[in-house]
Each structure stands twice: as structure tokens, then as C-alpha cells.
Design a binder for this molecule. Structure first.
Ligand code: SAH
Ligand code: SF4
Ligand code: F3S
Length: 447
């Protein structure tokens, strides 16, 4: 029976985009989006396994679904994404009412699995299909302004704390031509911003032409209509010169880079097997900053990795202080089953980990506030994304340097570019005044 679907998503941008692909597959089969979870005939949970808490949330959601499934046994419940991949069959042991378990690289097999569900239950496909990124897909994108585009899948790195190589498999890149035709289609559909996705996006290499991310950025910049190009997630070791040159030379490539450091201590970085030390990371930052003046930088940090001493942690603080990132995502280390770090003695007491996280976040809060205050009085072009979270009467948009800006402009709307001047700064967003159309000629571009 074809019916209504509902997808819940946790995790990174890759998971968000995988959900858009699943929605595309389902709509291709005739399913329609349900108005709410309880009205759905098919519920897919697209899960994240990066930290224990993320995994726990999946089981909480499943517990909420249990009574619904009891009252409507014909309803189909599927667990997808990284928890599905990591846990496999054991999902059924924990939640026997689950009908389907699908790994992130088996999304294109969904039609076949749904077909088989007519006669069987408890189906599983966690094959890490090497051709997954080569499958044509028609994602259903919820936004109308910015589009995610997968350019590679998997991760060949061996960071000792991380589940991703296990859940997403080996790296495979999509052919350049296929990516460029998707970008052309997106431009035609009115998208103004494209973000290329890959867990190690800098390692992108077209299987046919051997073109790298730098070439892809240059090729995409020639597609009329696409005004902004971004890519995530970068790895300090793979951020090579052709990519940095493309960032410096191609006007559509945004002046923003997310470059996870994880720790400021070379000793801990070696234990994490990140492949670089503190000095090398700082050199990379210097290189990027001298190539792209004023570039905005963000990072990820893990605190309380096994063996992290107070001295190691202070090195993280000092690195954060010296780089002055514009944004930081920081986490308490979480031991993950099957990773090499899970074998190490998790010897940093939980309370200490939490205190370190709070110290780090307090420092970053100050830095962000200072950096944002430096922007007051400066002009930016903002791409309007939607209503502001704080005040739905206002719009929220982003600068090329990825800062969230709230402003009032009743006559504009999502997808439009608006010229603003910053009037106030908070740690996480900026307030701005629209520069009037007409009084400042050429400053407002309607997409
Ligand atoms: N591919 C990206 C990151 C993927 S996961 C990269 O290489 O940087 C996103 C972030 O989650 C990581 O950068 C790391 O900071 C954090 N993370 C990953 N595993 C973790 C763990 N076991 N405990 C705590 N944080 C973790
Ligand atoms: Fe995980 Fe490291 Fe790969 Fe990032 S580069 S996904 S942290 S293994
Ligand atoms: Fe989570 Fe998987 Fe992404 S573990 S962070 S959803 S790759």
C-alpha cells in the first residue's frame, strides 16, 4: 500500500541530505509527506552514531513509536543511517517492532526493500555499496535557497575515536560531469547557493578525469545563477594548494572554512591519529588566511580524549585563543564501540571533561562576541534563508562568511540577496539594517 511517509533526521549535513534523497525515492514511489508522525504509514528514523547521546536519542524516539505501532501494526518503521549501519541486526533485539534496518549506503535499495515488506518483516540491508554515490537520485529539497550536493561518500581516515569510516565505508567520488549537471539543474530550479558534501570533501577526485575539488569549484562557478559555493567537511591534511587557490581566486567560493582541529595538543592529536600536529595545523591556518584575506574560520574540538592532561587541554585553549575562530563546535569525548580509542583507558573523569568543555566554551563565547562586535558598521550581502528564529516578523540570512544576520525588510524574501549594515552583535548572530534599495544604487540584487 502506498501511503504517507515521515522522516526524522539526526546528525550531520550528509544525513540531512540522505533524508532528502530518501524522500525523493519515496515520492518517486508515490508516497506523500504526512502532516505529522502519527499520521504516517511509513516512518524512517535517519540516525547518527557519532556520540553515545546521539545514539540514545534514537532509542528514545523508538520508544515513543512503540505504542503507535501497537495500535497500527500495518505501519512501517525503519531505522536508517549510521546507527543502523553500526548496530545492524541488534536493532531488532532492542526494538523488535522495527520492520526495516537500512545503512546509509543502501538508500537506493529502498524501493526493493519496501516491495519485499509486503510479505516479510525484519528486513535488513547494511551493505556498504561501493556504487551508492553513482546512483541517480532525485532528492526532495525542503529549502529553496541552498542545496546540498553529495560529491563523495565515505572516509578513508583512521581517527581513533570516530565511527564514520565504519558507518559510511570507503571513499568513493562522484564523476565531475554528474556533479556539474546537478549544479546546472539546481541553478535552473532557482537555488542560489550550493554546498558540496563529503566526510573528507577535500579528498574528492573525479574517477574519470581525476579532477579535484579545486577543479570542481572552478567548473561550478561557470554555472550561471549559482552565486555561492561552499564545501564541508575539510581535513587539514587534504586541504591542498589547488583548493586554497580556488578559494582565493573564484569569487563564488565563500570566504568561510570549517577546519576541524580536534585538539591543540600534538600528543593528543597523535593519539587521535589525525595525521598532523599543532604546528602543521597552525601553518595551514596561516596559509589559508594569507590566501583569502578576512576568511571566517570554524572548527570542531573534542575535550577529554583518553590521556588528555590539564596541560594538553591548556594547549587546546591556547590554540583557540591564538586562532580566534569565528565559530566552534565542541564535544565531550564519547567512547564508541568498535573504534580503536574505545580500547584505551577512558581515564579523564566525567566531571573534569565537563568542566573543560565549559571553560573552552566560555573562552570561545568571548572570542565570538569580540569578533562579531568588530563587524558593527560593516556592510554585507546577505542571502535570505527564512524567517528569523527570534522574531518571525524579521528575516534571517547568511553572509558569505557564514554569519547569521537578522534584519527587518518586509518586502524581501527567501532566496533574495539583501545589502545590510551591521548594527548590533551577539555571540551567535548579528542584527542589521537593510540598506535601502534606490538610495544606494546597485546594492540590492533580487534573485
Ligand atoms: N569528517 C569530519 C567530522 C565528522 S564528525 C572531520 O573529519 O572533521 C563531527 C565531529 O564530531 C568531529 O569533528 C569531532 O569533533 C566530533 N566527534 C567525532 N567522534 C567523536 C567522539 N567519539 N566523541 C566526541 N566527539 C566526536
Ligand atoms: Fe571521522 Fe576522522 Fe573521517 Fe572525520 S576524518 S569522518 S573525524 S575518521
Ligand atoms: Fe553522525 Fe553518521 Fe554524520 S555518525 S555525524 S550521521 S556520518
Amino acid at each position: 500500500m502506498i501511503g504517507r511517509y515521515w522522516i526524522e533526521t539526526w546528525g550531520c549535513q550528509m544525513n540531512v541530505h540522505d533524508s532528502e534523497k530518501m524522500a525523493g525515492v519515496l515520492e518517486g514511489l508515490g508516497y506523500r509527506l504526512a502532516p505529522e508522525r502519527s499520521a504516517a504509514d511509513l516512518v524512517l528514523l535517519n540516525t547518527c552514531a557519532i556520540r553515545e547521546k546521539a545514539e540514545d536519542r534514537v532509542y528514545t524516539a523508538l520508544e515513543q513509536l512503540r505504542p503507535l505501532k501497537l495500535s497500527r501494526p500495518e505501519m512501517i518503521i525503519g531505522v536508517c543511517g549510521c546507527v543502523a549501519q553500526m548496530t545492524g541486526e541488534a536493532v531488532f533485539a532492542r526494538a523488535p517492532f522495527v520492520d526495516l534496518v537500512i545503512g546509509p549506503r543502501a538508500v537506493s535499495r529502498l524501493p526493493d526493500l519496501l516491495g519485499r515488506l509486503k510479505d516479510e518483516r525484519g528486513l535488513i540491508d547494511t551493505t556498504l555499496y561501493q556504487d551508492s554515490v553513482l546512483q541517480p537520485d532525485q532528492p526532495v529539497r525542503r529549502g529553496r535557497t541552498k542545496a546540498y550536493v553529495t560529491i563523495m561518500e565515505g572516509c578513508n581516515k583512521t581517527c581513533t575515536y570516530c565511527v564514520v569510516p565504519g558507518t559510511r565505508g570507503r571513499e568513493v567520488s562522484r564523476p565531475l560531469d554528474a556533479v556539474l549537471s546537478e549544479v546546472q539543474q539546481l541553478a535552473h530550479d532557482g537555488f542560489r547557493e550550493v554546498e558540496f558534501l563529503g566526510q573528507n570533501v577535500n579528498a574528492y577526485r573525479c574517477p574519470a578525469s581525476r579532477a579535484g575539488l579545486g577543479d570542481l569549484l572552478r567548473g561550478s562557478s561557470r554555472v550561471a545563477g549559482v552565486k555561492r559555493l561552499r564545501f564541508t567537511t575539510s581535513h587539514p591534511l587534504h586541504l591542498r594548494e589547488p583548493i586554497i587557490r580556488a578559494m582565493a581566486e573564484v569569487p563564488q567560493v565563500c570566504d568561510y572554512l570549517h577546519l576541524p582541529v580536534q585538539s591543540g595538543s600534538s600528543r593528543i592529536l597523535a593519539r587521535m591519529r589525525r595525521g598532523y600536529d599543532r604546528e602543521k595545523y597552525l601553518d595551514r591556518i596561516d596559509e589559508v588566511r594569507s590566501a583569502v584575506a578576512g576568511i571566517s574560520l570554524s572548527t570542531d574540538v573534542i575535550v577529554g580524549f583518553p590521556g588528555e592532561t590539564e596541560r594538553d587541554f591548556e594547549q587546546t585553549l591556547s590554540l583557540v585563543e591564538s586562532v580566534r575562530f569565528d565559530q566552534m563546535f565542541s564535544f565531550v569525548y564519547s567512547a564508541r564501540p568498535g573504534t580503536p580509542a574505545a580500547e584505551l583507558a577512558d581515564d579523564v573523569v566525567y566531571g573534569v571533561k565537563v568542566r573543560r568543555l565549559m571553560r573552552l566554551q566560555a573562552l570561545q563565547h568571548e572570542i565570538q562576541l569580540e569578533r562579531h562586535r568588530e563587524l558593527i558598521g560593516r556592510e554585507f550581502e546577505v542571502l535570505v534563508e527564512g524567517p528569523s528564529r527570534r522574531d518571525p516578523q524579521e528575516w534571517a540570512g547568511r553572509t558569505t562568511c557564514n554569519r547569521v544576520v537578522n534584519f527587518s525588510a518586509p518586502e524581501s524574501g527567501p532566496g533574495q540577496f539583501v545589502r545590510v549594515v551591521i548594527t548590533a552583535a551577539g555571540p551567535n548572530s548579528l542584527r542589521a539594517r537593510r540598506l535601502e534599495c534606490g538610495t544606494v544604487p546597485g546594492l540590492v540584487e533580487i534573485a
